[in-house]
Design a binder for this molecule. Structure first.
Ligand code: SAM
Length: 436
């Protein structure tokens, strides 16, 4: 069976880009792409989203008045792929196929010769045009200008490395289910299957090449789950030195899709209550746990509205993996940077604060709460916890990782030689409730 022609892939990819630019998440949009085309269209649209700032600046230069959204998305798709440093396609073939894609669709057909003209001019004058547009931060870094400015302010020494890391492809990391086998036993299994992999922290394994979960040894049997190295820090951090048993109570307050709930259950025998506000997402927790042979009490509720779900028994340990901008997982979700608005940060910080305030009274004296977000912005991390500590004198900050940036301690060019240092951006603060 033949795969789609390049023009068909470009057409599907442009549709993804058009909808993302209108505010839809790429994951949601990709669900509508026919299943056998999805992996190819996803990988192509991710490349485009990683070059969208440059493509938008070029399009602005070539055509100051943007064409209608469908034609604009196709033009941006082709421009992004033309400037992609990996040059996946011969530039002339790419232009021909983009024009073919325009001709084959009613919404873009009238603009096919306009698209042709823009792309051919780009081919002729690419070096000069790039020299011009790369002066603009959004084109240079492929992130919105407000995002770049914020990082420059908050991370004056690391902002360039963080942005560079965000534009790379995320590695695939697995978490080994300790209840089934050890990390080293699983690594041996991978070696036998001829799959190159490295150990990561306590329970992690990084694969040299990402692959569908159906091709991962032991996945269906619940031996492993997909989870980034930074996210794998949560459960051990919360549980370390706590000695929780079957009579203890653990709360995972923002649990879906359930990666950290599962890790908690893999590591301790305490019952876990998993809360999730979104009923559809809550189902994913149960499905994931079934695959791993684990069980939690899954409740659909607003965690901050404690009257609606709490039975009055205090918790020994709580994980608050709060909703956030997801600015730390841009490598994995390249659409995030184009979907967020700067005003989202304050709105999300208010939700995070509401969750912390509402849940803290439910923690036993001597108990621990781990607050985390997959954000690199201080308002959702350090500033949030500083404010909380100021207003809650019973809260003590225990040694915690704080802000983990997408790249830690290595320069971007070294990344491919040193996969151990590649992880998502996260914030972690471990709080203890001081006994009165
Ligand atoms: C960062 S995700 C959690 C990821 C999860 N801990 C994991 O590791 O798989 C945050 C989750 O919190 C949920 N959420 C947002 N506001 C909530 C609230 N007030 N109460 C409970 N869940 C909430 C979101 O729907 C989302 O699924």
């Amino acid at each position: 069976m033949h795969g789609p022609a390049l023009w068909q892939q470009l057409q599907s990819c442009a549709l993804v880009i058009e909808r993302v630019l209108k505010g839809a998440s790429a994951t949601q949009v990709l669900d509508d792409v026919r299943a056998d085309w999805r992996p190819g269209v996803q990988s192509l649209s991710y490349v485009v989203m990683r070059h969208l700032g440059t493509a938008q600046a070029l399009r602005q230069f070539l055509a100051p008045k943007a064409p209608k959204p469908a034609a604009d998305a196709l033009l941006l798709t082709a421009l992004a792929l033309l400037v992609d440093e990996r040059q996946r396609y011969d530039p002339h073939t790419l232009v021909n196929q983009a024009v073919e894609a325009a001709k084959k669709q009613r919404s873009t057909l009238p603009l096919a010769s306009f698209i042709n003209g823009c792309l051919r001019r780009c081919l002729r004058e690419q070096a000069a045009l790039m020299g011009q547009v790369m002066q603009q931060p959004q084109a240079r870094w492929n992130h919105p200008a407000w995002w770049i400015a914020r990082l420059q302010h908050e991370q004056p020494e690391h902002w360039e490395t963080i942005l560079q890391a965000n534009n790379q492809q995320a590695p695939m990391v697995l978490r080994v289910n300790r209840r089934h086998l050890s990390r080293d036993a699983y690594l041996a299994q991978l070696q036998e299957a001829g799959i190159d992999a490295w150990p990561q922290d306590e329970h992690g394994v990084m694969l040299l090449k990402p692959r569908p979960v159906s091709e991962i040894p032991g996945f269906v049997q619940g031996q492993v789950s997909v989870q980034d190295t930074a996210a794998q820090l949560a459960a051990p951090l919360l549980l370390q030195g706590m000695n929780l048993g079957s009579s203890s109570r653990v709360l995972d307050a923002c649990a879906a899709p359930g990666g950290k709930t599962a890790h908690l259950l893999e590591l301790c025998d305490a019952p876990v209550t998993a809360l999730e506000i979104d009923a559809q997402r809550a189902e994913k927790i149960t499905q994931g746990l079934q695959r791993l042979g684990l069980k939690a009490e899954v409740i659909t509720a607003d965690a901050a509205n404690t009257d609606s779900w709490w039975d009055g028994e205090l918790f020994d340990a709580m994980l608050v993996d709060a909703p956030c901008t997801a600015s730390g997982i841009v490598k994995r979700h390249p659409d995030v940077r184009w979907l967020r608005r700067e005003t989202d940060i304050a709105q999300l910080a208010a939700q995070q604060s509401r969750l912390l305030q509402a849940l803290w009274p439910l923690l036993k004296p001597g108990g621990r709460l781990l607050y985390c977000t997959c954000s690199v912005f201080r308002a959702e991390g350090q500033d949030q916890i500083d404010a909380f500590l100021t207003h809650n004198t019973q809260a003590r900050l225990l040694p915690s990782p704080g802000h983990l940036m997408p790249v830690l301690g290595v320069d971007a060019p070294k990344l491919t030689d040193n996969p151990q240092d590649v992880h998502d951006g996260f914030y972690y603060a471990l709080l203890e409730k001081v006994r009165a």
